[in-house]
Design a binder for this molecule. Structure first.
Ligand code: AHG
Ligand code: MN
Ligand code: MN
Length: 353
């Protein structure tokens, strides 16, 4: 009797079995405790993504999805109902997981500590539950961004001070992009991989492994409505791309969507400092650092304009940074305007003194 040969459909079956949990273990070539933890953490993230995607898919039909809560968050921003729903989804999904000791979110001034009566783990989830929330009510792309760090020290005063470290402390990072399909993109430091949610299975299935960002791309993504609030250097960069062929502007108002385009097709996204927000609008621990982790894994770069994002040590949990991210050549071009401008400033000051 010849050995059993699976039919051609076995490829499709095998791919449908390449779930996120299995993919993590395969990358680590290990079934040890930390590998199992990371696999379980990513499965929890996937569950949160499915719950948020389900809510978004029916947002127009339910009370708790569209519009504002009437509250203002620690960022001083009006809170959308979906921000709170998604924030609570991640808490519910991780509370009983025994994997985390606390969750730090854009929507919570202080980290949420796992209650006494729940099992406590040694990881911290940092997240932006809904990124691009201004898009929720008009049914455009939004995302969730996450970063996983290990707890260091005992944090007895529950200030989360050990979280104030650079981006190299991240064990895993990624995002979920809620669009025509729901995709989950993540890295545990071994490349960047994309999964697509198959609603009929209720599973995220592997779609693309080892995403690489081209060295250059045609897209520049920035909110030019802030033009007059920028430093001259950013205005000069914008004038440069206006005048040179081969560039086109794309800006969705959702960082995750703009970033995903840049990650996969190349180009550069910028959210520079403005007169109103000199440090920029985007937050380091749960927006720019996780995305910097990903873009570096994909061969691109992320900087503040003068410093690698991954090296920035925050002074507080909600610290903001200017953000220049994307193809290494395009980030370098934007930085050259910023650094030339600083040099010119320096020369002027020297001449004046
Ligand atoms: P969030 O919805 O989490 O506050 O993030 C919104 C961010 C980011 O997603 C986007 O790139 C940026 O805000 C858009 O800001 P502007 O509207 O100022 O361009
Ligand atoms: Mn955001
Ligand atoms: Mn948000």
């Amino acid at each position: 009797m010849a050995d059993y040969q699976p039919a051609d459909s076995a490829f499709a079956l095998d791919r449908d079995c390449k779930t996120l949990a299995r993919h993590v273990l395969e990358q680590l070539h290990s079934f040890g405790p930390e590998a199992q933890d990371l696999s379980a953490l990513m499965s929890r993230i996937a569950l949160a993504g499915k719950l948020v995607a389900r809510h978004l898919s029916r947002a127009g039909l339910m009370e708790s999805a569209l519009g504002f809560t009437g509250e203002t968050n620690v960022q001083g921003e009006a809170v959308k109902k979906m921000d709170i729903y998604a924030n609570d989804v991640f808490i519910s999904v991780f509370k009983q997981s025994g994997l985390v000791c606390r969750l730090a979110s854009e929507e919570m001034e202080k980290p949420y500590y796992i209650p006494e009566n729940c099992p406590v783990g040694r990881y911290t989830l940092l997240y932006d539950p809904i990124d691009g929330s201004s898009n929720v009510d008009i049914n455009l792309n939004v995302g969730s961004i996450f970063s996983i760090r290990r707890q260091q020290g005992d944090d007895l005063d529950q200030t989360g001070a050990d979280l104030l470290q650079d981006g190299h402390q991240q064990l895993a990072a990624g995002y979920i992009l809620y669009g025509p399909s729901t995709i989950l993109v993540y890295s545990i430091g071994k490349g960047v991989h994309a999964f697509v949610l198959d609603p009929s299975l209720g599973e995220f299935i592997l779609a693309t492994e080892n995403i690489q960002t081209p060295a250059h791309g045609p897209t520049y993504s920035v909110n030019e409505g802030n033009f007059w609030q920028w430093e001259d250097s950013i205005r000069d960069f914008t004038r440069y791309v206006h005048r040179h062929d081969g560039y086109s502007a794309r800006y969705t108002g959702a960082l995750v969507a703009d970033f995903h385009r840049i990650l996969t097709q190349g180009g550069v996204f910028l959210y520079p400092g403005t007169t109103k927000k000199p440090e920029g609008k985007l937050r380091l621990l749960y927006e720019t650092a996780p995305l910097a982790f990903l873009i570096e894994q994909a061969g691109g770069r992320a900087s503040t304009g003068t410093e690698e994002i991954m090296s920035v040590v925050p002074g507080e949990i909600h610290q903001r940074t200017p953000f220049v991210v994307g193809s290494k050549d395009d980030v370098a071009l934007a930085e050259s305007f910023i650094q030339d401008h600083s040099r010119r400033q320096g020369t002027l000051l020297t001449n004046e003194s």
